[in-house]
Design a protein. Structure first.
Length: 420
């Protein structure tokens, strides 16, 4: 069977640590969507490591790691990641496999991303400018180059044809970018990419399932950034929800068993877009500083606010979440009082449903307040040790979501995960 780990908010929930924690229990860890705009932070041998494309099971030599067909891959960033991982003595090429259906991010995709974002002006979505959106546009437009194309003798001519198409689009934007240095890096990385194990991953994974092996599907970004069900248009370019596992890895829906959704004990968001519980005040800054809320990929300060249970229950519903993991619970240790959003007030009417366009609705969050626990919880290792006020906070969220919180993370370390 396939178990899934994905984010339930707007990303940055700490999925990397959770995948790393569970990876030893699985034979295969597979990324099913997203690109290098995702940053999964791990702590290995006391050192911080950020993975952008390589699955978070790579540090467990017993697990095979697959970059699935639903991913868009930047060969240059992948090579840099491989160098980092190999610095820990890990043989990357031994346990990293690439789907032949994985789409490639070209240098011109990055230029198109930049041109498109600049044209939007104040309406920009906060793109990381890594070419993810244009790469997915080529995928749906049936123009993309895929990892499997690297094995063809005419790859370079295919590349030139697509680059010319992109140049015409850039001319329409009246945008000029010197990509010569990017191209040099790209083709150097392409040569190294050819030395990896390029596989028919849909057969590989399904054969593994038939053989009784356990597969863990790892998502990037999070549910509220899903291209269809997120806060459109301020979303990513792929299906980040559990349904994306089927299309991104080529497995049938009935093969999915557990869906582990990861949420922070509060809320954050990077970039533009609606954020009902955002705190643009001293409390929000306190959450940012205590939680170290700065982007793993961009370094951008994250917007911070109280936990939004309306959006969280919606995410649990559309993902079929069977277990919830709450991360960064220790960040709330020093707060006297905590607020929890339980409804939205729109035009004087209270609702517990997420509207089509949050930013176009005069939306005011309705809160329920809780007493903080004012205790350092980072050293706790058992559910029985949780302060009663923390237990009450978790229990309320549990009841509201209708999906059980099974684990609480109280720090970045692998051992800082309490099973409830």
């Amino acid at each position: 069977m396939v178990d899934v780990i994905l984010g339930l908010q707007w990303g940055d929930e700490g999925k990397g640590k959770i995948v790393d924690y569970f990876a030893p229990n699985y034979d295969i860890v597979a990324r099913f969507q997203g690109g290098p705009n995702a940053g999964h932070t791990l702590y290995v041998e006391g050192k911080k490591v950020v993975l952008h494309q390589i699955p978070s099971g790579i540090f467990h030599q017993g697990a095979q790691n697959i970059i699935g067909g639903g991913v868009v891959l930047d060969p240059v960033i992948l090579q840099k990641e491989c160098d980092t991982v190999e610095g820990f003595g890990i043989d990357v090429k031994k346990n990293l496999f690439l789907s032949h259906r994985t789409n490639l991010i070209l240098p011109t995709h990055r230029a198109l991303d930049k041109a498109s974002e600049m044209q939007k002006g104040e309406g920009k979505i906060g793109s990381t400018l890594k070419g993810i959106g244009p790469a997915y546009m080529d995928k749906t437009g049936r123009n993309a180059l895929r990892v499997g194309d690297l094995l063809n003798k005419n790859f370079t001519s295919q590349y030139i044809k697509l680059r010319l198409k992109h140049q015409r689009l850039l001319d329409n934007f009246n945008f000029t970018e010197d990509i010569s240095a990017w191209e040099d890096e790209f083709f150097e990385a392409i040569e190294k990419l050819r030395s990896f194990k390029i596989i028919n991953s849909e057969y590989y994974i399904n054969d593994a399932i038939t053989a009784g092996k356990k597969v863990l599907a790892e998502g990037a970004q999070a549910a509220m950034l899903d291209i269809d069900f997120g806060t459109y248009p301020y979303v990513t370019s792929s299906n980040t929800i559990s349904a994306g596992v089927c299309t991104g890895l080529g497995v049938a829906p009935q093969k999915i068993k557990e869906v582990l959704g990861v949420t922070k004990s509060y809320c954050t968001r990077v970039g533009s877009g609606p954020f009902p519980t955002e705190l643009e005040n001293e409390t929000g800054e306190q959450l940012r500083q205590i939680g170290g809320e700065f982007g793993a990929t961009t370094g951008r300060p994250r917007r911070c606010g109280w936990i939004d249970l309306v959006a969280l229950r919606y995410a649990c519903m559309i993902n079929g979440v069977t277990q919830v993991v709450m991360t960064k619970a220790d960040v709330l240790d020093k707060f006297e009082n905590l607020d929890v959003c339980t409804a939205y007030n729109i035009d004087g009417q209270s609702t517990t449903q997420v509207p089509l366009q949050m930013e176009k609705s005069p939306l005011t969050p309705e809160y329920q307040s809780f007493k903080g626990w004012n205790t350092d919880t980072s050293n706790l290792r058992a559910a029985a040790e949780l302060p009663k006020d923390m237990d009450a906070y978790i229990h309320f969220i549990n009841e509201y979501l209708g999906a059980p919180i099974k684990y609480v993370s109280n720090g970045p370390g692998r051992d800082q995960l309490i099973s409830l």
